[in-house]
Write a protein of this length. Sequence first.
Length: 157
Amino acid sequence: MARFALKQRVREIWQKLKHLNATPDQIAAGFSIGIFASFLHLNPSPTITAILVAWLLKRNVVAAVAGAAAAILYFPLLPLIWLAEYRLGKLILSVQHPLTLDQAGLSDVLQQGWDVYAAMFVGWIIIAVPVTLLTYLVVKQLAERWARQKQRAHHSD
């Protein structure tokens, strides 16, 4: 049942993106902003962050919301992602407080200290930037295909 609901939710997100009145770049950039925001640890609301960043950068806000909503796909993996962010950041920064998988929750991270937060922030950049760029490229390709389909449909009318 949950798997069907998740599949349906993803289908709804793609349908909204497909029918946006925006350029492929605006759709891809907006969606990628939402994905980027959703990776930011300690973010109380990836959706609000995505909306603000998309609005400030004059990108498609609806696509940004869709990108943040798509984060539901990897939500169960967030503790692992946060731990990976921490470990990557720890390779670069000096960290005095250890973080384990069972402490990868938001409140646990806040109690560990600023060095843990800083390490996670550095790790977030290392993980989120390539994922965001890849997302942008994939969504832009899809949006360009949707634009061509709309143009063909418009010319056949």
